[in-house]
Design a protein around this ligand. Structure first.
Ligand SMILES: Cc1cc2nc3c(=O)[nH]c(=O)nc-3n(C[C@H](O)[C@H](O)[C@H](O)COP(=O)(O)O)c2cc1C
Length: 233
């Protein structure tokens, strides 16, 4: 975890929260060290407090560790080698304007960090496949929602993913949400024996960061409030 600024009183709840939000980042290289089960349970127990519409709590998780993670990684890598993406929830058709710019900016940051040259399709493909290696994480959580709860079920699961990531950060556990895994929803459902009516939202690979790895050396920017908020008084 990053150190907080001098004079910042991180004993205050708002400061603690802000510190967690500012110090977390998506981890794309992990050490092999497993996260102890009580720590995972603590993260999951905190994330259970996520609010949801009508308190439906539509999220369910398959949490993989040890041999399960290794077997899942191997099967997924084999599957994606010959499969087309087929997510339950349609991926964006296009990124335009500011969204295209932001997507490109964070992609370039990653490529620069890991040394993928512009236009090097083989290297960018290799980096994209890291998703299916779970970036070397010892654990992955597959987050699903009930199809009958529709788009708001997915919204609730998005909130859950965010709470999970913050709780993980609070425990010094690194993670990354991965929609890339949801591209292979049917395979995941079949491999994990998840019911047909459940829709795959994303995966969250987690563990302890390989802090020195090039993929973990950059931090993404955020738009200012001016860009995000239209004040009406
Ligand atoms: C729902 C969701 C899905 C994501 N899917 C992927 C993914 O498939 N692969 C990946 O490398 N990063 C993925 N990310 C990570 C984002 O790229 C990252 O959160 C964003 O660039 C902001 O950077 P930060 O998380 O380091 O703050 C995903 C993040 C979210 C919230």
């Amino acid at each position: 975890m990053e150190h907080h600024a001098a004079g910042e009183d991180i004993a205050q709840p708002a400061a603690v929260l802000d510190h967690l939000l500012r110090s977390r980042h998506s981890c794309r290289a992990f050490s092999e060290d497993a996260v102890p089960r009580p720590v995972i349970e603590s993260i999951l127990a905190s994330a259970q407090r996520t609010p949801s519409w009508c308190n439906t709590q539509p999220w369910q998780l398959a949490v993989l560790s040890g041999a399960s993670t290794r077997a899942f990684r191997a099967a997924l890598l084999e599957h994606v080698a010959g499969a087309q993406a087929a997510p339950d929830i349609a991926f964006p058709e296009a990124y335009r304007g500011v969204y295209q710019e932001r997507r490109r900016a964070c992609g370039l940051q990653l490529y620069e960090a890991v040394g993928v040259a512009r236009g090097d399709r083989e290297a960018s493909g290799r980096q994209a496949r890291e998703n299916f290696r779970l970036y070397g994480a010892p654990h992955v959580a597959i987050v699903t929602t009930d199809a009958a709860l529709g788009q708001y079920g997915a919204v609730d699961c998005g909130a859950y993913v965010s709470t999970f990531m913050l709780a993980a950060q609070a425990h010094g556990v690194a993670c990354i949400a991965q929609a890339a895994l949801a591209a292979h929803a049917s395979f995941i459902r079949a491999w994990l024996g998840i019911a047909d009516e459940r829709r795959v939202i994303c995966g969250i690979s987690f563990g302890y960061a390989d802090a020195a790895h090039p993929a973990n050396q950059f931090r993404t920017a955020r738009a200012t409030l001016v860009e995000a908020v239209d004040w009406r008084e």
